[in-house]
Design a protein around this ligand. Structure first.
Ligand SMILES: [Fe+2]
Ligand SMILES: [Fe+2]
Length: 272
């Protein structure tokens, strides 16, 4: 299996570099047909590839695949602590985006694993949750505890639903160690780990973490640069994390160059 037993960073990077699906940006020429009409833009490519890989129409706006919706309904009751439910929705979407760029990974393992990976936090006393994470965690033992509880809860959910085509033991093998083991056991594990940690660099992740600790975004950026982003395991995951972090860091510096901050600071919620 790719990444097995080796520092995951180098092996996963090699695997991905040899994937023909990872080449269109480097290999594209000015004269390539379709360039001028935007066919090679990232969004159409992602939409086409998602549609092709998952067999769902590109107009489908749902985050969760139909196969995983019953799992989500079960998981929700375990994810309603420390914004884990919101985290899971965004991390699942990131996993789907990473799967497009990393076709060697198996979505039927990655997606159920990212959906269920944090259900174990529900069994940790709520007042201790923030001590287990952040820049200077003092209760790292709880991180391991939530993985052990998570495997137990996820096993019960998966064995009851038995989603078609899902290798339950492979999913549980990823949940077990998703935070405490930094190396990836295989490419599926690497994608789940990158989607999980990649969330921290998203606008939602940064706002949420800043809110937990009541700190400015600059502190979250420092945590990402020092502790979190170096752990990213795949090229697409690392690009995602570094680019998101750099963009938000740059936004905080707009004032240095213009004498005022960004004009638009809030976004309207999605139209229903
Ligand atoms: Fe976790
Ligand atoms: Fe997580």
């Amino acid at each position: 299996m790719p990444c097995e037993g080796i520092e995951a960073t180098s092996v996963c990077l090699d695997d991905i570099q040899h994937s023909s699906r990872y080449l269109p940006f480097d290999g594209m020429k000015e004269s390539d047909p379709g360039r001028e009409n935007g066919r090679y833009g990232i969004i159409p490519r992602v939409q086409e590839a998602l549609s092709e890989l998952r067999g769902i129409p590109v107009t489908d706006k749902s985050i969760f695949l139909p196969r995983d919706l019953p799992l989500w309904e079960e998981a929700k009751g375990f994810l309603d602590v420390r914004n884990n439910d919101e985290h899971t929705v965004v991390a699942y979407a990131l996993a789907r985006a990473l799967l497009v760029e990393i076709p060697q990974a198996d979505e039927s393992v990655v997606l159920p694993a990212i959906l269920l990976h944090d259900v174990g936090w529900k069994r940790i006393p709520e007042e201790l949750l923030l001590l287990a994470i952040g820049r200077k965690p003092t209760r790292l033992d709880l991180v391991r505890d939530h993985e052990i509880h998570g495997v137990e809860i996820a096993r019960e959910i998966l064995e009851r639903h038995r989603p078609q085509g899902v290798d339950i033991e492979a999913v549980l093998g990823i949940i077990d160690g998703h935070d405490t083991v930094k190396k990836a056991k295989n490419i599926n594990d690497a994608v789940v780990k990158d989607a999980d940690k990649g969330w921290r660099t998203t606008p939602h992740g940064m706002r949420t973490i800043a809110g937990w600790y009541d700190v400015p975004l600059s502190e979250v950026i420092l945590m990402l640069q020092e502790r979190s982003n170096p752990l990213m395991l795949t090229i697409p995951g690392r690009v995602l994390a570094e680019a998101n972090t750099a963009a938000v860091d740059a936004e905080l510096m707009i004032e240095n160059y213009l004498g005022h901050g960004p004009q638009f600071k809030e976004v309207k919620p999605r139209r229903r």
